[in-house]
Design a protein around this ligand. Structure first.
Ligand code: NAD
Length: 486
């Protein structure tokens, strides 16, 4: 059984209760987590408080903090093989994706290592006889609630930024997948992180997660997860007037104009919906196609979808399993709501399946496999066009012109990422400015983008930004000092 990680030590859960961890590739239990509760959270927050309020962590010069983060980045790369294997089994990620995620978490710590001593305030011209300066100071103790879809990447971007800004962290990873993070916390201790700088409490959201959101002694909360739980977190934080960053879901459009370079666009569009089996906040899950190119694009995308193979993570197929049985059931319910085949004269009232990939015969029947699916003629107000499926399901619809494309792109409650495919530079720029979201990709798509690029949403996709240097402002608080010198 795994334990919490508090004050640089493995700490058993106070209740002794555990949570089984399933391998999504075969549905079998392969580990148990400590089922954390409010008492475990209290211990972790106390450890972090000590580190932040005069403890060794708070006494480090920024350059020394940066050196520790750099050491951790190197340690992660030195344990790359172990970490990607853990993530692969825990999340059901195909080998290629799991390796990429292990490299990305190292890159986050590398990026933020270099940023520690570059976050500085300003001087402000004021009344004669006064000097005014600003400081970016850490909040103190930051709480981080992490989902299961990219445990390492989201840990890296959220905790990396918070540590760089000088905070001590308490992390509540998802109950479905968090083994890699416990290992990274151990590596941090081996690298010399002072006691209490980085603490992890595992457990269910409604228990350990809720306790973290409600905990006295947490000064800032970074939540990455569903819009539903984001609302709960924001309400908890509001009671204590604690600032929150909400990184929530999306229904991101891929907008294809008739002049797009399809040879470049189509592989990217496919990857944006199958990456991590579609369980990506910024999955390009809506395909908006200019009417004159609609059938041509559907045919080209459909042809590639049909060739995709779904299988166990270790076989490194195009698509791995979904995280758990009820996620598969959710995807299947969406598929059951549309017609299984497209017929002549189909229209927007008759959404139908155009193409599906296949599950490899060696995939265990007890695993959670969903076929990548392209659905055409989806009405803009249908659940398939409005709600996150969180599976490899691409909903296509057509638009008449630029104005119609903007209307459709902005027609969901979400606003996270968008892709625009056109060879017309003026139109690309107009679309980039008109689409509501935190990131817009023109003739490319990053599904979250690089480590350096600020990321976050508008509307129900959340608020605040992580990634890039911008995140450091969110993980700090500005203090203004006014000196009267006469
Ligand atoms: P979720 O909201 O169910 O859970 C996320 C985390 O919150 C987990 O650690 C969970 O244990 C915890 N949690 C659940 N209930 C809680 C409560 N009452 N109090 C405190 N914590 C609680 O989301 P999920 O199913 O794990 O993840 C998928 C969702 O996350 C999708 O909507 C996806 O789009 C979103 N997501 C967003 C981003 C982003 O950067 N915007 C990145 C990844 C995932």
């Amino acid at each position: 059984m795994t334990t919490h990680f508090i004050n640089n030590q493995r700490v058993p859960g106070s209740s002794g209760d555990t949570i089984p961890v399933l391998d999504p590739s075969d549905g079998q239990v392969f580990a148990h987590l400590a089922r954390g509760n409010a008492e475990d959270i209290r211990k972790a927050v106390a450890a972090a408080r000590k580190a932040a309020d005069g403890g060794a962590w708070s006494q480090l010069a920024p350059v020394e903090r940066g050196r520790l983060l750099h050491k951790l980045s190197d340690a992660i790369l030195a344990h790359h093989d172990e970490l990607w294997r853990l993530e692969m089994r825990d999340c059901g990620k195909p080998v290629k994706q799991a390796k990429l995620d292990a490299t990305a978490v190292a890159r986050y710590f590398e990026y933020y290592a270099g940023a520690c001593d570059k976050l500085h305030g300003d001087t402000i011209p004021y009344t004669p006889g006064f000097a005014v300066m600003t400081f970016y100071e850490p909040h103190g103790v930051t709480g981080h609630i992490i989902p299961w879809n990219y445990p390492m990447q989201i840990f890296g971007r959220s905790v990396g930024g918070a540590l760089a800004a000088g905070n001590a962290c308490v992390v509540k990873p998802a109950e479905d997948a968090c083994l890699s993070l416990l290992r990274i916390a151990e590596l941090a201790a081996e690298c010399g992180f002072p006691d209490g700088a980085l603490n992890i409490v595992t457990g269910y959201g409604h228990e350990a997660g809720q306790a973290l959101a409600d905990a006295e002694g947490i000064d800032h909360i970074s939540f990455t997860g569903s819009a539903r739980v984001g609302t709960i977190i924001a309400q908890s934080a509001a009671k204590r007037h604690v600032p929150v960053t909400l990184e929530l879901g999306g229904k991101s459009p891929q907008i294809v104009f008739a002049d797009a370079n399809l040879d470049e666009a189509i592989p990217v569009i496919i990857n944006a919906i199958i990456q991590n089996a579609g369980q990506t906040c910024s999955a390009g899950s809506r395909l908006l196609i200019e009417a004159s190119a609609y059938e041509r694009v559907l045919a080209a995308v459909g042809q590639r979808i049909k060739a995709l193979k779904v299988g166990p993570a270790l076989t490194d197929c195009d698509v791995g399993p979904l995280i758990r049985a009820n996620q598969l059931q959710r995807v299947n319910e969406f598929l059951a709501s549309v017609r299984p085949e497209r017929s002549e004269g189909s229209d927007a009232r008759n959404a139908s399946i155009v193409a599906q990939g296949s599950i490899v015969p060696e995939a265990p029947a007890t695993g959670f496999y969903a076929k990548p699916t392209l659905i055409a003629d989806v009405a803009a107000d249908a659940s398939l066009a409005q709600d996150e499926v969180f599976g490899p399901v691409l909903a296509a619809m057509s638009f008449k012109d630029e104005a119609d494309a903007i209307r459709l792109a902005n027609s969901t409650a979400y606003g996270l990422v968008a892709g625009v495919w056109t060879e017309n530079g003026g139109r690309a720029m107009r679309m980039a400015r008109a689409v509501k979201g935190g990131q817009v990709f023109i003739n490319n798509y990053g599904a979250g983008g690089g480590v350096e690029l600020p990321f976050g949403g508008v509307k129900s996709s959340g608020y605040g930004r992580e990634k890039g240097f911008e995140a450091l402002y969110g993980f700090s608080v500005m203090k203004t000092v006014v000196i009267k010198h006469g």
